[in-house]
Design a binder for this molecule. Structure first.
Ligand SMILES: [Zn+2]
Length: 84
């Protein structure tokens, strides 16, 4: 899974944690109204997924999670413009 850059157009391989940028996406399994099971010590089902952007891509891209699409790269400039 975490073997290469999350940018499909980039073939940079994941070698060093210190390079690039690591993204963590938690599964949307906390449904409202669902009673939480306590006492089992088990975490909620679903898997936290990790994605990595290489150093080059991390300067121009970010990753966002879109329902139905999954995690997709998005231009950083665009994301910043939308936030400000
Ligand atoms: Zn890359």
């Amino acid at each position: 899974m975490l073997s290469k850059c999350a940018n499909p157009d980039c073939s940079e391989r994941f070698l060093y944690m210190r390079d690039g940028k690591l993204f963590r996406f938690d599964p949307p399994d906390h449904q409202p109204g669902m009673p939480e099971f306590s006492g089992t010590g088990k975490k909620a089902p679903g898997r936290t997924e990790y994605f990595w952007l290489c150093r080059n891509c991390a300067t121009v891209l970010t990753l966002i999670s879109i329902k139905g699409l999954g995690v997709v790269p998005r231009p950083l400039r665009q994301a910043k413009a939308a936030a400000s």
